[in-house]
Ligand binder design. Structure first.
Ligand code: TNX
Length: 497
């Protein structure tokens, strides 16, 4: 549908189709007779419990229309909290667009927030001459409860301001968990009460890859970030990587090494050379202190204990260590997540293995799923945002192969491992490791647009997913990313607007 307007001040108006949203909603019923033309007297009404989402919606409307958009009684845009239907997902919502106005209803504020993200995508991202919303009804809820991404703060530190900005961007695509990889061989990025040298030494100058740095989150900064995430319904999952990937901890506290001798700081990208010592008591004093402190700072349900690539820990020591450490998460009120290597041991019932392998071998995850464990799917060849897009990618690694946009979209987490189907999946996560990254702009370049593919895999009913449709819808996000200052990769796979 082409329309001509003679306006130079602002972008030419184009009305979007009701389903032109990422992730694609579960049910979209357009009604061409019910388009809503937004006029200068538009206001937003909402019950007090929905005030935060209502304020944000008013701001989004102001940005695209330039109208004052006050809050008022009986506005043309209405928010309803309706918790009468208890079977609905807390993230579900219904969006009705009719000729006389818009109604967004949901059982929770979280659902209203999800609906707001949909509505925002149906509006122009910046000031437009005339704004018309496409008529009809969207009824929506997520396929999986966990739709995550991970940021590696250990190899390169990102400031709280960068992380907040990243939360704002990912929340638009209904990503609801941000996993922070806080510790590794190079650096330790979260202040731990009682163990000050972790951050004084290993959060200091020169502790990033190739000697970048410094950086760490104070306990207060972390708390503030968690609270910020809550306002965007993004839950922080902190990771303390154990028993491997611990050189930074051992640099700070040599008593954590086998012989108690100091070790050298490392800022190269090797993995698998460091390990906590399974038969030293100080190991468990340290780990329990850290888990207790991190659990106390984290209101969310999960604590990630790492467990990956412990290549210099014997299988027996790994088992001894994990068997003792995994229950500590539960002791301090958290569900443990761990990279799938941890599935080699008998897990506490609520523990969640996160599968990252590229080969079909399952690392014990099938057995864990059959024992009733929920699993997070993050296969590196499909979901690792640190893989290069193609041979020309200036950033990224390629050990799991090249990962173009179609390849990151065209797979399904329920097909990945036999015996780990839909009902075994807590959800999907796209990790982003930082070895080759130096800034938030680099993070954007790797995450966008591929994170949108993972977001759609996590949210949209499987049967409704389709690459041709996704590719067409994604093309619209070029100008939207530009308007938001998001440094996305203009992949040649997409006919970007
Ligand atoms: C493997 S996969 C790692 C990380 C690296 C990453 C680089 C996994 C759980 N661990 O230590 O940063 O590869 O892609």
């Amino acid at each position: 549908m082409e329309r001509q307007f003679m306006v130079s001040r602002v972008s030419a108006p184009t009305m979007r189709q009701l389903g032109d949203v990422i992730p694609l909603p579960a049910s979209v019923r357009p009604d061409a007779s019910a388009d809503f033309r937004i006029t200068s007297d538009v206001s937003v009404s909402a019950a007090p419990a929905a005030a935060a989402v209502a304020d944000e919606l008013a701001e989004v409307l102001r940005r695209s229309t330039g109208f004052p958009v006050p809050r008022g009684e009986d506005g043309a845009v209405r928010l309803h909290l309706d918790d009468s239907d208890e079977v609905k997902s807390p993230e579900s919502y219904r969006l009705d667009i009719a000729a006389d106005g818009v109604t967004l209803s949901a059982p929770t504020q979280q659902g209203l927030f999800a609906g707001l993200q949909t509505l925002r995508q149906l509006l122009p991202e910046s000031l437009a001459a005339e704004v018309v919303l496409p008529g009809g009804r969207i009824e929506d809820e997520p396929r999986f409860a966990y739709r995550g991404t991970m940021l590696d703060l250990a190899r390169h530190f990102y400031s709280p301001a960068d992380i907040r900005s990243y939360i704002d961007t990912i929340a638009q695509f209904k990503i609801n968990y941000l996993h922070l990889h806080l510790t590794d061989d190079q650096g330790w990025r979260l202040e731990i009460e009682g163990w000050p040298r972790l951050t004084e030494v290993s959060g200091g100058e020169g502790t990033g890859i190739d000697g970048q740095g410094p950086g760490f989150l104070t306990a207060q900064e972390y708390t503030d970030l968690v609270a910020y995430g809550e306002t965007r319904f993004v839950t922080i999952v902190p990771e303390i990587d154990l028993p491997g990937h611990v050189n930074a901890a051992q640099v700070a506290y040599p008593e954590l090494t086998t012989d108690g001798e100091p070790v050298q700081p490392r800022t190269d990208a090797e993995v698998g050379y460091s390990s906590l010592v399974a038969d030293k008591e100080i190991t468990y004093t340290f780990v329990e202190d850290v888990i207790r402190v991190v659990a106390a700072l984290t209101p969310g349900p999960f604590l990630h204990i790492g467990g990956d690539e412990a290549l210099s820990t014997t299988a027996e020591d790994y088992r001894t260590f994990m068997t003792r450490v995994l229950p500590m998460a539960g002791k301090y009120g958290k569900r443990a997540i761990g990279w799938h290597e941890m599935a080699a041991v008998d897990l506490p019932p609520t523990a969640v293995p996160q599968y990252w392998r590229i080969e079909p071998a399952d690392g014990g995850v099938t057995r864990a799923a059959q024992a009733g464990h929920q699993v997070i799917m993050s296969p590196a060849d499909r979901s690792y945002l640190d893989m290069k897009y193609d041979d020309a990618s200036p950033l990224g690694l390629d050990w799991a192969g090249l990962l173009g946009v179609e390849r990151s979209y065209d797979w399904d987490p329920a097909d990945r491992l036999p015996g780990v189907g839909e009902e075994s999946l807590l959800g999907v996560e796209a990790p982003l490791w930082s070895e080759t990254l130096r800034s938030l702009a680099d993070v954007h370049y790797m995450a966008f647009p591929r994170l949108l593919a993972i977001a759609e895999i996590g949210w949209t009913p499987r049967a409704d997913r389709d690459w041709t449709s996704f590719r067409r819808r994604l093309a619209e996000y070029g100008p939207r990313f530009e308007a938001q200052g998001v440094n996305y990769h203009r992949s040649p796979e997409i006919d970007w607007k």
